[in-house]
Each structure stands twice: as structure tokens, then as C-alpha cells.
Design a protein around this ligand. Sequence first.
Ligand code: 0O2
Length: 267
Amino acid sequence: MEIQGWRELLEPYQLAVDEIIVKLNHIIHQYRKRGQYSPMEQVSGRVKSISSILDKMQKKQIPFEEIRTRIEDISGIRIICQFEEDIQKVVDLISARADMQIKTQKDYVLNEKDSGYRSYHMIVYYDVHTLDGLHRIPVEFQIRTLAMNFWATIEHSLQYKYKHNLPAPISEKLKNASKAVLALDAEMATIREEILDAQNSFHRKENVVADILNNIQNLYKVANKREIVKIQDEFYRIYATDDLESLAQFSKELDLISEGYRSQSLR
Ligand code: 0O2
């Protein structure tokens, strides 16, 4: 196939990846903005490289005309979760979407592969529109924990280095490491609430401080300099106490002050 042909072929796959990343990151952002825990920690994606597509075509005897119908992981999305139980929540979230239609699912979290690989896979149909019209793109989702991702990334590099012929001792060590990953995820699950509590306070503080600074910035346009300096000093004083409730109270008071200026300007 001519190089131009590859570009045209891959363009809608890239669009699918880009759109899905924007949409899922928006969901993460919404969770955090609402002070809620997001079952998705990170989202990334890629379009399979031409060389990997050629490898797969060779391995599976796929002719050029059948790339679109027989290779389903040209668009790939990876969703990383903090805890194993988040994986099912992410699966539910994707299943409920009207813009993503599930074709197949493979649960390698419950049914670990012989290599020790664990991850939840979904092939999802996603529509993109380009100048050439509508393209129904299969997208492979890989959903796994941070620990599972660490293992898979290392194992993938070793498989590449040894051309999928891992020496037995390395294979053995990877299987042991996979058991350690399983144990790590289980151990983290036991202190999940503790971890969530800490992260929740962190995000809440970020939101409250962002609100306060936003309010102060707006007050610059309407309040007098002396009042703003007083508010700023008060903010730094409360911030130094490291007391989230006092910060939240101060934020509410600033809301009222801003509201007062707003209604004055409407009169
Ligand atoms: P790459 O280089 O990551 O793209 P398929 O090959 O998709 O037609 P298969 O093999 O039944 O059919 O699909 P499966 O098992 O769902 O695997 C798809 C992808 O999952 C792989 O893509 C890998 O990315 C990942 N994967 C599966 N098994 C392993 C494993 O043992 N170790 C690691 N590190 N990753 C794995 P590709 O195309 O094989 O590779």
C-alpha cells in the first residue's frame, strides 16, 4: 500500500482515539470538580504503528483489503484505575454510553493469562465523522490497575526484546512478579477508604483554593484596594493554619461578598 493510503486508512482511527480521550478526561474532570472519586485515574491512547500492523498482518495472514475488518486494535485506549474494584465501575460506565457499542469483552482480571497478564479488554464500536463521511471504528479498551499496568509494560518490553521467546528464568520471575501484583492490589484494597479519604481532602482543598482565588480575582475589578489586601492577608492567614473547614468557611464568606457587589452593580 502507498504511504498516502496508510495515512488515509489511519486518520479516522486517530480521530476516534482523540475524541474518546477528550470525553473520558472530561468525565474524570467532572468527578473531581464535584469532589467525587473517579474510578478512572488516567486515560491514554494510541493508534497502532504501521510496523505493528504489518507484524499482525503477517502473523495472522491478513491481506490489505481486510485490515479494517480483521484488525480490531488499531485504535487503542488504556484506562488506568487505582483499585481493582474500579475496573468494573469503568466497564459499567462505558457499557452505559450511547456513543460506544460493545462488541466483545475479555476478562483477564478474573481469568489471568498464562503469562501472568491481567487486564480487562473490550472491543467497542465508535463512530467518527470525517470529510469522507461516517466511519464505524473498532476500538480496543484495556482497563487495568496501576500495578497491573506496571507489570504489563515491563513484560511487553521484555517480550519485544526476546521476540516473544522469553528465557524460562525470566518467564518464571515475571510470573512471580504477577503474583506480587495480585497481592499488592489486594493489600491496597484493604486500606482503600483511608487512601480515598486522603485524596478526597487533597482535591477538596484544591477546589476550595481555586474558588477563593477566582473570587479574589473578580473582586479586583469591583472592590477597593484596601479591602482586597485585607481579604488576601486573611486568605494567607487561614491557609497557613492548614484547616480545610476554615478555608471552606472563608470561601463561603467571599461568595457572599462577591454576590453583594454583583447585586449592587445590577441596581
Ligand atoms: P500490542 O503490541 O500491545 O498491540 P488480537 O491479537 O487482538 O487479535 P488476542 O491476542 O486474542 O487477539 O487479543 P488479546 O489477548 O485481547 O490481546 C490484545 C492485546 O492485549 C495485546 O495486543 C497486548 O497489548 C495485550 N496483551 C495480551 N496478552 C498480553 C500479555 O501476556 N502481556 C502483555 N504485556 N500484554 C498482553 P498485541 O497486538 O498482542 O500487542
